[in-house]
Design a protein around this ligand. Structure first.
Ligand code: SF4
Length: 404
């Protein structure tokens, strides 16, 4: 595709802006200074506390750039349940495996392809293994690829629609515009982010392990608007900062959350103003509301959360894989026992444990041979920590350089 003059100049502007938020040591030092000053004003009242990021990409930024090593002692950055692959119950992967072995073409994202299922189906413990055993599983980058491919072969097919609000608008558009051919059904496993954030922080609060601020996901908020986080800030009484994905973005968000705490405020702020507005994408929100119904949904390792998932609405039920193939929803008792023995993903997705506290981390469970769901996707906390040496390495380097 050849870009026009205006597009080129727009792309250059965006790239320039992103560079400012990435390679800016002076600004980074200034922000780390603010963070230290704000924390010093809070530490007597709050003691040790946590700031939780929701999005796997924020966890990637924090870990990749070693931002934890720049935080004052006593301020801990923890990851929340922001990886859709990590929190999709393996019950639904087993349903997809079953369909695959019955001759239905299964379309999936590349990370879901490797997601381990707790129980094997016909000898397969993941969609990757099912393909090796003869099932027709195809990796796609999105529903548009699945639509084009399904049209070309005409066989019965199902698209595994895993993701958060960000992908829901694309699925909704496909349903409303009637883009799915008759042979392709959508298995909507979309999850909604604010209810999971509420649950994670409330579980930790009960365990006296206080989260005092939230770094809210930037991508999701381009669709939902920052307003989606207001009930979270109101109910928890802590600041929520909608944030971009460069290291400077994250440092600004932490400084903003601490500043609010110093001022005894608990509001939603938008740091990521270059992409997110208060109202969000109203057209996308309308389409999602039309194409889907909100349901109580199961989060792997957490359990059922009210109003936290999307299934296809009655008006588009002819495209619904659940209806077409009679796929049962997960039973509550199964949801509680959905992780392999020894795996600490249930604690990791709510920020209660670190990957390095799991006895399987980088022993039996590695990115090349994941045991639990958090080691699969690039957005999974264990996979991120495994790739970027978060086993204290960044902390040790910071200490050596006298940066703490
Ligand atoms: Fe689960 Fe593997 Fe992470 Fe342990 S290291 S918590 S087994 S994903």
């Amino acid at each position: 595709m050849v870009m026009g003059k205006e597009e080129k100049s727009g792309t250059r502007q965006i790239e320039g802006l992103e560079r400012v938020f990435r390679n800016n040591a002076e600004l980074a030092k200034m922000l780390v200074g603010y963070i230290g000053k704000f924390y010093n004003r809070l530490k007597n009242d709050f003691g040790t506390f946590k700031i939780m990021d929701f999005c796997g990409t924020h966890e990637w930024t924090i870990t990749h750039y070693g931002l934890r090593s720049l935080m004052p002692e006593g301020l801990e950055l923890v990851a929340g349940p922001g990886c859709p692959v990590c929190v999709t119950p393996s019950h639904y992967i087993q349903s997809a495996l079953k369909l695959g072995f019955e001759g239905v073409v299964v379309y999936t994202y590349g990370d879901v392809f490797r997601l381990p299922s707790l129980k094997r189906v016909n000898g397969a413990g993941s969609l990757a293994e099912a393909r090796a055993l003869g099932a027709d599983v195809r990796i796609v980058t999105g529903i548009a690829d699945a639509i084009a491919d399904a049209r070309s072969h005409g066989k019965d097919a199902v698209f595994l629609g895993i993701g958060f609000e960000t992908v829901a608008s694309g699925y909704a558009q496909a349903l409303i515009r009637g883009l799915l051919p008759d042979n392709l059904k959508l298995m909507s496993l979309v999850k909604l982010t604010p209810p999971a954030m509420l649950a994670a922080v409330e579980i930790l609060a009960k365990e006296r392990s206080a989260v005092k601020g939230i770094i809210a996901p930037g991508h999701v908020s381009t669709i939902t608007g920052a307003k989606a986080w207001k009930p979270v800030a109101d109910r928890l009484g802590i600041p929520v900062v909608v944030t971009g994905f460069e290291p400077i973005d994250v440092l600004i968000a932490i400084a903003e959350a601490l500043k609010q705490l110093v001022r005894n405020e608990a509001k939603v702020s938008i740091e990521y103003t270059r992409a997110v507005s208060w109202e969000g994408d109203l057209k996308a929100q309308e389409m999602i509301a039309e194409a889907f119904r909100v349901v109580e949904d199961a989060w792997r390792g957490i359990g059922f959360l009210p109003e936290s998932g999307l299934r296809i609405s009655e008006s588009y039920s002819s495209c619904d894989a659940f209806r077409e193939y009679g796929i049962p929803e997960i039973a509550p008792e199964y949801c509680r026992e959905d992780l392999p023995k020894g795996c600490k993903c249930a604690e990791i997705v709510i920020g209660k444990e670190k990957p390095t506290n799991c006895p399987l981390f980088m022993k039996k469970c590695r990115p090349s041979s994941p045991v639990g769901p958090c080691m699969v996707s690039l957005e999974g906390t264990c996979a991120i920590w495994a790739r970027f040496g978060a086993d204290g390495l960044a902390d040790r380097i910071a200490e050596d350089l006298d940066l703490r």
